[in-house]
Design a protein around this ligand. Structure first.
Ligand code: M6R
Length: 607
């Protein structure tokens, strides 16, 4: 997830671009850059670090021309650096491109371009774009861009600037957002509305498969084939702060709603008809077979993702797994040697305890794989292999889209290990791959139940204690659900293995303690149902979570949230969404500070 902006009009472009990028910094902030058309060609300025670093580099002595493009980056391919920052250029410096998304087939395109004599200098997938434009350009920028579109696969929004077409910007969208702003003799294009709000409120949103050609007089929209399209212009009514949250009241709610996209991006390019392809993990089948034990080490929500990971790896790859809280791990003399695989999970990649655990594991000779969301983070730099979760920046302290994408990461890695060990049949792998492809749409379906959950959450205003119960993977998700509720609504919540309640905790169940009973694991469904009946018999108000079709649950609970059916192993990715929404709406109903809960920080970089 990056932020892109383009401007063509009558004012000096650079201040407008930089101001637009500031509004998009929530989308990425590891490096930034601008390109404007100058008399001598294309002037490009870029810098690693936050936008202020770019501003410092630009100083006051920049070209005053009135058309350009800008980018604030959240690294995907290639670590944050000046060289990897956008805009990217072709060999001759005739074109500049900013891009948001992932070009899935960039490796093959890169090889092909090199064979054609192009010199690519960065580690990014984006850099193939200006070189492809250069390759196809025969006097018309729009035609060249269309030809490029016929070559690339993946998710992208891009804006192209050409030295030879000095009065034109071309922007396209496929699975990455792009809005067009209509001013008076000037046009804007950006990843999100806040970037243009200081200049115009008249806008339209490009749909997938659409292209806009901006000149100083008009904005012409076509499909990728060149057929003209009419767009409905609308007037933005939100203020700038609301717009940064995409119209949502809080970042957390926005991030909850981003999950279908985040799950899709994390799967992108990693599934094939034969299973999983994790090009970033450099382990041979022999090396995988050499591992006798796996440790998964993480903190908080990431630790909860690790609990799911344990179950998947043991079930699929038949390797014993221990899950450790990072702050405990290195002080308990873990039994690690060269036959140990350690998986660290961290959204930020900077959590001090997780980083220390990683270093300890390496010191003891383990092979370390990191699952992280931040390219260039300490964890990503120090691990032997990295599986990135393409959730995009997570701003709210309560982790949501990072968790679901960590679960996707663990599913992918579990399958990867199983493939290498030959412990799963092709049929089973294909069934999971098919189910994975359906997940983004199913996550969207769950989000459609938000209004029902909001209503349920209102009954939590006065609640002091609550319990989340489930068995197996449902128990792991119960832990995440209870953490969400605790951290943002300050309600005491506990997660229990449903079968363990009667060994003590049942004494705490009264009509004052709502219970969330999760029953998606079909092998223990009947048993979970019995445990739900046990709490119901103690007068607890029970909210059940189950797959569509398991209609008998409604007889044992007060309310049911039904989820679209998926394979049991993927259920946590959907089950957690109503729990996130419940915590969110309970927090709002109790008047808490949702995005910045008391006493907590987004990234814990101290021990
Ligand atoms: O950046 P990390 O994933 O390493 O962070 C780990 C925890 O601090 C984090 O998941 C924390 O538990 C969240 N605030 C929970 O919502």
């Amino acid at each position: 997830m990056c932020g892109i902006v383009g401007y063509i009009g009558k004012q000096t472009a650079i201040p407008i671009l930089v101001e637009g990028l500031k509004k998009l910094e929530y989308r990425g902030y590891d490096s930034a850059g601008v390109a404007v058309l100058d008399q001598d060609g294309i002037f490009v300025c870029k810098s690693v670090g936050k936008l202020v670093a770019l501003e410092d580099k630009l100083g006051d002595e920049y070209p005053s021309t009135s058309m350009g493009i800008g980018h604030t980056r959240w690294a995907t391919h290639g670590r944050p650096s000046d060289l990897n920052a956008h805009p990217h250029s072709d060999c001759a410096g005739d074109f500049a491109v900013v891009h948001n998304g992932i070009i899935e087939n960039y490796m093959e395109l890169r090889e092909w371009l090199v064979e054609q004599g192009h010199r690519l200098v960065s580690e990014t997938d984006t850099e193939v774009l200006p070189h492809l434009v250069e390759h196809f350009y025969q006097g018309d920028l729009v035609t060249a861009v269309r030809k490029v579109l016929g070559k690339i696969r993946g998710a992208f929004a891009m804006v192209v600037l050409s030295r030879s077409d000095p009065d034109k910007l071309v922007a396209v969208r496929q699975d990455s957002p792009l809005v067009v702003g209509l001013g008076d003799g000037e046009f804007f294009v950006a990843s999100d509305i806040p970037a243009i709000l200081n200049h115009t409120r008249k806008t339209y949103i490009l749909a997938d498969g659409e292209m806009v050609i901006l000149t100083r007089n008009r904005a012409e929209v076509t499909d990728f084939q060149g057929n003209p399209l009419e767009k409905d212009v609308f007037e933005v009514k939100w203020d700038a702060v609301a717009a940064e949250k995409g119209g949502y009241e809080h970042f957390m709610l926005k991030e909850i709603h981003e999950q279908p996209r985040a799950i899709r991006d994390t799967l992108l390019g990693r599934l094939s008809e034969y299973g999983v392809e994790l090009q970033e993990v450099d382990l041979t089948a022999e090396e995988v077979n050499h591992f006798r034990k796996v440790f998964i080490v993480a903190c908080g929500t990431a630790w909860h993702a690790g609990l799911v990971g344990k179950s998947l790896i043991e079930r699929w790859a038949r390797i014993p797994v221990e899950v450790d809280i990072a702050s405990e791990f290195r002080y308990r003399s873990p039994l690690i040697d060269q036959e140990t695989l350690v998986v660290v999970i961290s959204q930020s990649g900077e959590t001090a305890d997780t980083l220390a655990a990683l270093r300890e594991a390496k010191r003891l000779g383990a092979h370390v794989v990191a699952v992280t969301n931040v390219v260039g983070s300490s964890v990503s730099r120090e691990a032997h292999d990295v599986i990135y979760t393409w959730a995009g920046p997570e701003i709210a302290v309560a982790s949501t889209k990072a968790y679901t994408t960590q679960l996707v990461g663990m599913v992918l890695f579990g399958l990867y290990l199983a493939q290498a060990k030959g412990t799963l049949s092709l049929e089973k792998i294909q069934a999971i791959v098919t189910a994975l492809k359906e997940l983004p749409g199913q996550a969207q379906e769950v989000l459609h139940r938000a209004a029902v959950i909001e209503k349920l959450a209102k009954s939590f205003v006065k609640v002091e204690d609550t319990f989340f119960i489930g068995r197996g993977l449902d128990w792991a998700v119960a832990m995440e659900g209870s953490l969400k509720l605790k951290e943002i609504s300050y309600i005491h919540a506990e997660a229990y293995a449903a079968g363990e309640l009667k060994h003590g905790t049942l004494a705490l169940i009264t009509e004052e303690t709502p219970v969330i009973g999760i029953a998606t694991q079909m092998d223990v469904y009947e048993k979970t149902l019995s445990n739900i009946k046990e709490v119901k018999a103690r007068d607890a108000k029970v909210i059940g979570i189950a797959f569509e079709g398991n209609n008998d649950i409604h007889k044992s609970v007060d309310e049911v949230i039904y989820l679209p059916k998926t394979v049991s192993e993927l259920a946590p990715i959907l089950t957690v969404i109503p729990l996130q929404l419940l915590a969110y709406y309970a927090s709002v109903a109790r008047g808490c500070d949702v995005d910045k809960p008391r006493n907590l920080a987004k990234s814990v970089t101290v021990e």
